[in-house]
Design a protein around this ligand. Structure first.
Ligand code: PGA
Length: 258
């Protein structure tokens, strides 16, 4: 299964810097011969989706959005529908990032509703889950993850489609702290078990990404962890050299490590 590397630019780059970075990454990527063994996607800010898309799509990089509305049409000022994202040629939409759960009070149920709309509009949702440090210390991490995952049962009718779950421990995001390999492996196999026992999705339709303080030093080890199908990268995706180093590392990983 191809590794998927997703750059989450959050709200951190200006339009000018986004375009310049998209151009540099695209020039690097178009010279890669084995493009289809690694998938790359970039999630820029909403207003520049089309502009960034025009640069990256023709070079084989996929476009992602950082969120979508829970409604598909209507009087919802400020919202962006999954349908428009598809019209802008997005392939993926990141949903339930912990920053949205925290600052927009998004619940797991709302995220599942958004995911369902995303599927209806032919987008693949990347659903983020993860525990806070307090939840981990209190020993309730697996319960929290289960609550975040169980709502996905409402997506049962889309089992023939790809489901991407990103495990992003909240305490690892932007902190420089990364769980140990054993901790990631434990969670990733738990996520797979919960989804597969409750939700009869085929193995090849489920991809689990790791996200949280991925950098050029740890990316190789992270990509080799059993069950990790790719990375969701924040800070390190904003710097050309770091992001390209991470992309290069994905080509060094034998395809059998999924
Ligand atoms: P980070 O962000 O790589 O800067 O920790 C990851 C994310 O929030 O998706």
């Amino acid at each position: 299964m191809s590794k998927l590397l997703v750059a989450n630019w959050k709200m951190k780059l200006s339009k000018k810097d986004s375009i310049a970075l998209a151009k540099k990454i695209s020039s690097f990527w178009e010279n890669i011969e084995l493009q289809n063994t690694v998938l790359v996607s970039i999630a820029p800010s909403m207003p520049i989706l089309s502009e960034v898309g025009n640069i990256i799509l023709q070079k084989g990089i996929k476009l992602a959005a950082q969120d979508c509305s829970v409604k598909n049409n209507g009087a919802y000022t400020g919202e962006t529908s999954a349908e428009i994202l598809r019209e802008c040629n997005c392939e993926y939409v990141i949903l339930g990032h912990s920053e949205r759960r925290k600052y927009q009070n998004e619940t797991s149920e709302l995220i599942a509703e958004k995911a369902s709309l995303a599927y209806e509009c032919n987008l693949t949702p990347i659903i983020c889950v993860g525990e806070t440090v307090q939840q981990r210390e209190r020993g309730i991490m697996l319960n929290v993850l289960k609550e975040q995952l169980m709502v996905l049962l409402s997506l049962q009718k889309y089992v023939s489609r790809e489901l991407i779950v990103a495990y992003e421990p909240v305490w690892a995001i932007g902190s420089g702290k990364v769980p140990t390999e054993k901790q990631i492996q434990e969670v990733v196999s738990y996520i797979r078990d919960v989804i597969q026992s409750e939700f009869s999705i085929a193995n090849e339709n489920l991809k689990i990404l790791y996200g949280g303080s991925v950098n050029t030093k740890n990316c190789r080890d992270l990509l080799q962890i059993q069950g990790v199908g790719g990375l969701l990268i924040g800070g390190a995706s904003l710097v050309y050299n770091s992001f390209v180093d991470i992309l290069k590392s994905a080509f060094e990983i034998p395809e059998t490590v999924v």
